[in-house]
Design a protein around this ligand. Structure first.
Ligand SMILES: C[S@@+](CC[C@H](N)C(=O)[O-])C[C@H]1O[C@@H](n2cnc3c(N)ncnc32)[C@H](O)[C@@H]1O
Length: 179
C-alpha cells in the first residue's frame, strides 16, 4: 500500500515536472523562452508612461505576471497578461488574488491570437526572431496612439515609430507609438 502511494506521488511529480518542461519548450518555440524582467528595471522602463484607470495595458508573454501586477497597482488600469505556460498563469492569478489586484487578468492563450485592439500600452520581452511578426500584428490590430515598450529587442520595420531608445541598468528598452 505504501509502495503504491509512493509510486503515485512519484508519477504525480514526474507528470508535473514533465508538463512544466514541455510548456517551457512550447514558449521558446512560439515566441520567447521564460526569462523574467528584473523588478528594479520597471520604474525606469516605464518612466514617462502615464496610464489612466480606464486604459488597458497588455504584456505579450507575461511570464510570472510581475509586470502586469506592477502596472495594475501603479496605474490602477486594466492590466492583461497573455501567457502560454499554464503554471506561470496559475502563479500570476494567485499573486493577483493575494494582492487583491482585481484589474489584473491573466489569459492562458497564445499571444499571436490575442485581441490587442483595446490596448493603450503593450509591453513585450521576446527574442529577435519574433519582432518582425510582432510589428506586423501590432500594425494590423493596434489602435492609434498605442504605446509599445519592447525590452531588449527593436522592431526593425518601425524606425519611424520609435520615440525613445534608452538603457536601463545596462538593458536596452525601445518605446514606440502607433501614429
Ligand atoms: C522573456 S519572457 C518575458 C516574461 C515577462 N514579460 C517579463 O518581462 O518578466 C517571455 C514569455 O513569453 C511566453 N510566451 C512565448 N511565446 C508565447 C506565445 N506565443 N503566447 C503566449 N506566451 C508566450 C513565455 O512562456 C515566457 O514566459
Amino acid at each position: 500500500m505504501i509502495e503504491l502511494g509512493v509510486l503515485l506521488i512519484f508519477l504525480g511529480v514526474a507528470a508535473g515536472v514533465g508538463t512544466g518542461v514541455i510548456f517551457l519548450i512550447v514558449g521558446e518555440m512560439r515566441g520567447a523562452p521564460f526569462v523574467a524582467t528584473d523588478k528594479r528595471l520597471l520604474e525606469s522602463m516605464f518612466a514617462g508612461i502615464i496610464l489612466k484607470p480606464q486604459d488597458t495595458f497588455v504584456d505579450l508573454g507575461s511570464g510570472d505576471g510581475r509586470i502586469v501586477l506592477w502596472a495594475a497597482k501603479k496605474f490602477g488600469c486594466r492590466s492583461v497578461g497573455y501567457e502560454i505556460h499554464p503554471w506561470l498563469v496559475w502563479w500570476s492569478r494567485w499573486k493577483a488574488r493575494e494582492n487583491k489586484l482585481k484589474k489584473a487578468e491573466f489569459k492562458r492563450e497564445d499571444f499571436w491570437k490575442a485581441d490587442i485592439s483595446l490596448a493603450d500600452c503593450v509591453f513585450c520581452y521576446l527574442v529577435p526572431r519574433s519582432m518582425e511578426r510582432l510589428g506586423l500584428k501590432l500594425e494590423r490590430e493596434g489602435k492609434r496612439g498605442m504605446t509599445v515598450i519592447s525590452r531588449a529587442f527593436e522592431i526593425k520595420r518601425w524606425k519611424d515609430k520609435l520615440i525613445l531608445r534608452k538603457e536601463v541598468m545596462g538593458k536596452r528598452v525601445y518605446v514606440y507609438t502607433m501614429p
